[in-house]
Design a protein around this ligand. Structure first.
Ligand code: ZN
Ligand code: ZN
Length: 296
């Protein structure tokens, strides 16, 4: 078929758009292209709202889809795509050309401005829009666990036949509070005569802290678990990590009460022989007595 013939045929069989009356051969949904385009709204019209099904935690400001942490932009993109697919079919090619999302100060909604392209019945449609997306405010699992004092493991910082120094405890605390996985947290700390107990969100996290403390300060750690209860048919354990920092060596100086003692000899399982630094007297300090000793 030649161009000429085709043109002649067209003229003969020309049709008119029933909506605007324009003469055309190309019909989309029984209308001319322009009328077809006019009938399409990609973005939600009057209501100017979008079903995001995203919640925001008023405590930490994190966005969540169910329990999973998410970010707001991909959530908006998905919601817009889904809204378009719902109207025009899931095979519709949709492209988000521009997107900016601004969270309202009260965190109850987000202002969205968007440019979107889609191809419907072979016609490319471009649209820009602005709307407000409502957000659910919901305290996330992590924040509610923190608030509820939840813990799954305890890291006990102790030292071999002495009490840990303030510096050592500070190192352990810094390790425990360093930002790690999103679900890791310290729920409480208890200072005891013999050291420090750090209550943490999971056994894995407790193990990580213990390992890091030993790497930094020496010594070793052991773990033991105790059945705590059952949840969804599974046994729930709480794990205790006992970190033992290294004991004293010859030449170390300890403080017991207001006495300063320099360590001369460590007698395994019994105590130490030392010198009272104020009086110059030789002294023996029993293992039990040594538990009040602070290394200085
Ligand atoms: Zn028309
Ligand atoms: Zn939170």
């Amino acid at each position: 078929m030649t161009e000429k013939k085709e043109a002649g045929k067209r003229a003969k069989w020309s049709k008119f758009c029933p909506k605007c009356g324009k003469q055309t051969d190309e019909f989309f949904d029984s209308m001319c292209k322009d009328c077809f385009k006019q009938g399409i709204t990609l973005l939600v019209p009057e209501s100017r709202s979008l079903e995001l099904s995203v919640s925001v935690c008023p405590h930490c400001g994190g966005f969540f889809k169910g329990k999973e942490q998410t970010s707001i932009k991909p959530a908006v993109e998905t919601a817009v795509r889904k809204a378009i697919w719902k109207k025009y079919g899931a095979e519709t090619p949709v492209e988000i050309a521009e997107l900016s999302v601004e969270l309202a100060e009260n965190k109850r909604s987000a202002h969205v401005s968007i440019a979107v392209k889609a191809e419907i019945s072979g016609v490319e449609i471009k649209e820009t829009g602005e709307f407000t997306a409502a957000l659910r405010r919901e305290i996330c699992e992590r924040c509610s666990r923190i608030a509820g004092g939840y813990y799954a493991a305890i890291v006990q910082i102790r030292a071999e036949v002495r009490i840990p120094t303030d510096e050592e405890l500070a190192v352990a605390e810094n390790i425990a509070h360093a930002p790690l996985g999103e679900s890791d947290f310290v729920s409480k700390e208890r200072m005891l005569k013999e050291g420090l107990d750090i209550y943490v969100s999971s056994a894995e996290y407790g193990r990580m802290i213990s390992r890091a403390v030993v790497k930094e300060l020496g010594g070793n750690f052991s773990e033991s678990k105790k059945l705590y209860g059952r949840k969804d048919g599974r046994d729930i354990y709480r794990v205790t990590f006992l970190v033992r920092l290294p004991g004293l060596k010859q030449g170390a100086v300890v403080k017991i009460g207001n006495k300063k003692i320099s360590v001369e000899k460590v007698i395994e399982g019994e105590g130490i022989e030392g010198v009272d630094m104020n009086t110059g007297e030789s002294v023996f300090v029993s293992k039990k007595e040594m538990m009040k000793a602070k290394k200085i």
